[in-house]
Write a protein that binds this ligand. Structure first.
Ligand SMILES: [Zn+2]
Length: 179
């Protein structure tokens, strides 16, 4: 597993996708390198069998979890040892960052194409066209709109995009050439 900050971010992502038991199951999986039986996941998380199964199948569908099957030495039954598929997990994280970069780029384009007007009283923000339609008056309070300098917003968006693109490039390099 990678750094702590990444892990937190990841658990948040899993909770969003799979529900709140998702993060708990994932943490247990992440702590066991050799794989873990669903009964042991139940013990460690306090979740019931049905919920643990549901989460495991969802994580498997996302490509995050996999299992290895062994025969029980006692009665020959199949035992399923679940573990995290970290290669696939890294690819999912990269996909997710790319989606964020695309959203930031769209936002930057919008900010670059438009001139904005804001209301100093309540912060209402309109594009030039919208402000023109309203005679440069705030639609909420009728106050006078003022032209906004959004260079700070654009600068922030550019630096976020650059930072994420650098992270993506580093992570893709790592996947291409594993140490
Ligand atoms: Zn206003």
């Amino acid at each position: 597993m990678k750094k702590e900050a990444n892990l937190k971010d990841l658990i948040k992502f899993i909770n969003e996708y799979v529900g709140n038991s998702g993060g708990a199951v994932f943490e247990v999986l992440a702590q066991s390198d050799k794989g873990i039986l669903d009964v042991d996941i139940m013990k460690k998380t306090g979740l019931d069998e049905q919920e643990v199964r549901r989460v495991l199948y969802e994580l498997q569908a996302l490509g995050i979890a996999s299992y290895r099957r062994d025969r029980s030495p006692e009665d020959g039954r199949f035992l399923y040892y679940w573990f995290i598929d970290s290669g696939r997990l890294n690819q999912i994280l990269i996909q997710r960052k790319k989606a964020v970069v695309n959203k930031l780029k769209e936002r930057l384009e919008y900010e670059s194409k438009n001139t904005f007007f804001t209301c100093p009283r309540d912060g209402t923000r309109l594009t030039f066209d919208e402000a023109l339609e309203n005679d440069f008056k705030c639609p909420k309070c009728e106050g006078e709109l003022v032209a906004e300098d959004n260079s700070g917003v654009k600068e922030f968006l550019r630096s976020m995009i650059a930072k994420l693109e650098e992270e993506i490039a580093n992570e893709e390099r790592k996947i291409a050439a594993p140490s």
